[in-house]
Design a protein around this ligand. Sequence first.
Ligand code: AQP
Length: 345
Amino acid sequence: MELKERVFSGMQPTGSLHLGNYLGAMVQWIEMQKTHACIYCVVDLHAITVWQDPKELRDAIRQVTAAYIASGLDPKKSILFNQSQVAAHAELAWFFNCVARLGWLNRMTQFKEKAGKDRENASVGLYAYPNLMAADILAYRATHVPVGEDQKQHLELARDIAQKFNNDFRAEIEAKGYKDGLFFPQPEPVITGPATRVMSLRDGTKKMSKSDPSDLSRINLTDDAETIARKIQKAKTDPEPLPSEAAGLAGRPEADNLVGIYAALAGKTKDSVLAEFGGQQFSSFKKSLAEVAVGRLGPIGAEVRRLTSDPAEIDRVLADGSARARTIAAPIMDEVKDIVGLIRS
Ligand code: AQP
């Protein structure tokens, strides 16, 4: 049986999407719609691995869906839905809980960062998060996963899980007609967005993140022009003027981040940005950066606000996407159960 190329990726409704989500993943998602069958998910089951207020979670699921559409995902072309409406994600995750090894999960750096010092108090879901992520991808036997740099380790784990499942059940898989025991593909990470690791505006050594307590650390896709300009103006910098080439950004994380954001938004290289701004102070560079950011993100924010004013329409998009996702995942789940040796009627 042939493996069809298929794209899967998702974002957590843990708050507003931000510039890091957009440049690290979303731009690539939009691009891949032109060449691939794509499934894009609002991963609400991942979000509840840490506490979420139920009302805020509902709003965030709709807002992330609106941000997908406003950024350029087409719900007619791609499948857009929220994870909890397709039972195969949680179901396959259980199988993968039984395939993945404790030692593999113990190495996951995101769990260590998110659990912090109080690891005993972290949810079991947070620990098993990478198994659910592997299930998200493999429930569709997806072959390509466009993500930011921070998800590389989880993708490697998904590949290990796919391989171990294929090896453990090779005889059953081949009996079903899959050549070389290849039931699950090895999903390929696609880490090629215009900026694969956007850093906090308050600390150039920390990733821009939805859950950073400081709203000044990130530019949200819903921020208006004035807020975007204010956040850029307040962004941390260093006292030196900008260098005239990218090599001069070494050891200057905040400068490197701002130049990287400008380059990604304007579709330029860091060297060409610095050919224009090298030798200048940050104050004038920040004004130009704000203009570029507002020009690119302003229309997205306005469209998110328009779309979220009609929650019933967003729910309809999610229901439609979920039904389409189920028709792909259900037969794959049936085969998983057959392969493992379960009885279904
Ligand atoms: N700062 C970033 N730079 C580049 N890419 C990023 N991504 C996230 N932050 C950056 C990419 O966006 C996609 C969706 O991420 P997610 O919603 O699953 O959550 P995350 O990676 O954990 O992002 P956050 O914003 O930091 O969320 P919280 O604060 O809830 O943990 C992924 O492809 C990710 O790589």
